[in-house]
Ligand binder design. Structure first.
Ligand code: SAH
Length: 194
């Protein structure tokens, strides 16, 4: 068993009914995992792609997911309960004992105000190559919607003192590919794959 925060526990089924069952917790089998303090701030995309993004980001070890509403965000309503259950399944599947936090959607301005950490801004317009840009330490990776950030938004993000524009190579990636590629590179060079 796991509750997302206290590690993993061995339990015995002490009562099994049709609609409910009771478990007796016996002992802790794993301590809560230590995961890198990296968040993903992403502009929600269509439902299937957003589901996919949440599942894969959980497998890759994300600590927190923040849907960010941008000028060109085209998304059906973000259903947090659904995303949380996708993250729970992904965590079970890959043996994570800590669930990622999934925040309520916020605006880009709110994100920039709240994120008191390095903001790695995935910008197809250019930036430092991802492999050398990412450094260990609290971070948020910011990726845009299908249509990209507007020029105004890009200027506002770049003007933030803690923003670091990052390039993910010469090809324009789809929003969810960009988010996951950036996260994989972060884990490899600054997270817990190294
Ligand atoms: N503006 C583009 C599409 C944006 S791609 C267009 O319509 O032509 C969606 C998001 O993925 C972007 O906002 C950016 O955050 C990220 N992204 C895609 N390719 C990238 C790359 N090569 N380097 C950095 N970020 C990229």
């Amino acid at each position: 068993m796991f509750d997302g925060t206290s590690g993993e526990w061995l339990a015995r089924i002490s009562e099994a009914g049709k609609k409910r069952m009771a478990l007796t917790v016996e002992q802790r089998t794993r301590e809560p995992e230590a995961i890198p303090d990296v968040w993903l701030a992403f502009a929600p995309v269509k439902r299937t792609q957003t589901d996919w993004l949440v599942e894969k980001a959980t497998e890759l070890g994300i600590a927190k997911l923040i849907p960010v509403i941008t000028q060109r965000t085209i998304a059906e309503r973000v259903k947090l309960e659904r995303l949380r259950s996708i993250a729970t399944e992904a965590a079970e599947q890959c043996g994570r004992t800590r669930l990622p936090t999934i925040d309520e959607p916020i605006s880009l301005a709110q994100l920039l105000k709240q994120a008191d950490r390095a903001i790695y801004f995935a910008d197809e317009g250019g930036g430092e190559p991802a492999a050398s840009a990412f450094k260990p330490g609290p971070a948020v990776i910011l990726t845009g919607p299908e249509g990209g950030f507007t020029d105004d938004e890009r200027a506002v993000i770049r003007a933030a003192p803690n923003a670091i524009p990052v390039s993910l190579g010469p090809r324009i990636l789809r929003a969810e590919t960009a988010a996951l590629a950036a996260l994989a590179v972060y884990m490899a060079v600054a997270g817990d794959w190294c």
